[in-house]
Design a protein around this ligand. Sequence first.
Ligand code: ADP
Length: 359
Amino acid sequence: MPPALLTLNAGSSTVKYALFAHDGATELARGTLEETGAAAMARALEVTQQAGVTVVGVGHRVVHGGARFSAPARIDDEVLATLEGLVPLAPLHQPHNVAGIRAARAAFPGVVQVACFDTAFHRTRDFVEETYALPRRFFDEGVRRFGFHGLSYEFIAGRLREVAPSVANGRVVVAHLGNGASLCALVNGRSVATTMGFSTLDGVPMGTRSGSIDPGVLLYLLDQQGLPLKDLEALLYKEAGLKGLSGLSNDMRTLLASDAPAAREAVEYFVRRCARAVAELACAAGGLDALVFTAGMGERSAVVRARVVAQLRWLGLSLDDAANEANASCISAPTSKSQVLVVPTNEERCIAEAVAAHL
Ligand code: ADP
């Protein structure tokens, strides 16, 4: 049977997988397993057998690589222990990632396993971008703006060299607008700034996450209202964002279809914060040669793109409406000062290529 690479993204209740040919470039299959742990890996084995391939390398999406990992890492006992040690930094995601790695090592014994981190791509930012204005010991203890969605940004940076070589080495802001959302400033294909910070809560609002919020609000809720810590966590991760503000849904399609004032305000809050983030990151990049939209809303919602760009008209940005409606790859008007592009992301491909490089 021909050799293949398997990518795994282990969450709390499902495992997303993709199968690639040995080169890491040709996708053979992808899907979601509605199980976790050993049961998911048994299903993954079935999938590979149905596809008629032998898995020779497994790549794992791991949310947190801490300060140590700035590139994908081949997993051995020591690396796995390090990833486990990072659980306190991402308690909602990292345990599932680690459990997925353990299960995959048991199901695919002797097969090369590689961890690919959402944080690694952002390790190129300077100290000032990575720190908070706290006493410096906090930085040394790991209280940093790590940034996330790095596999998506890395994929986009590579893809720009193919689809938009004139801007790939320039100043680009990438807006990854999915259920989770963040933006990243690239200069010469490297991350120089990003909106997410210590956790995946920071930056623009998301489906159910708050985005940036005055820490004074959290102190008030904890101290004056006596909100239990677990309730605060649930509020910020699961009950805030588009869902909380609209009182209707975390799904942008539902909100755009609704006439309810709260739904309209939630959408306006989202696009306004996204537009401001573009401007902030253009400042960090020293200019803006291109704005790139990606992920669910970025790739498929002409309305969201149009409304974000409309708030950036003062920067000289404008769209070709027909191209935008068609989800074309270049959607800016010829007179726009910066190109506006739609580039579908592919985090699995980024992982598969990392595995191929380790074989
Ligand atoms: P995840 O971060 O979970 O991978 P996605 O990248 O799939 O999420 O993005 C999901 C978001 O994209 C949801 O808010 C969904 O409503 C939105 N979305 C997907 N397609 C469209 C569309 N055609 N118009 C507006 N929003 C869309």
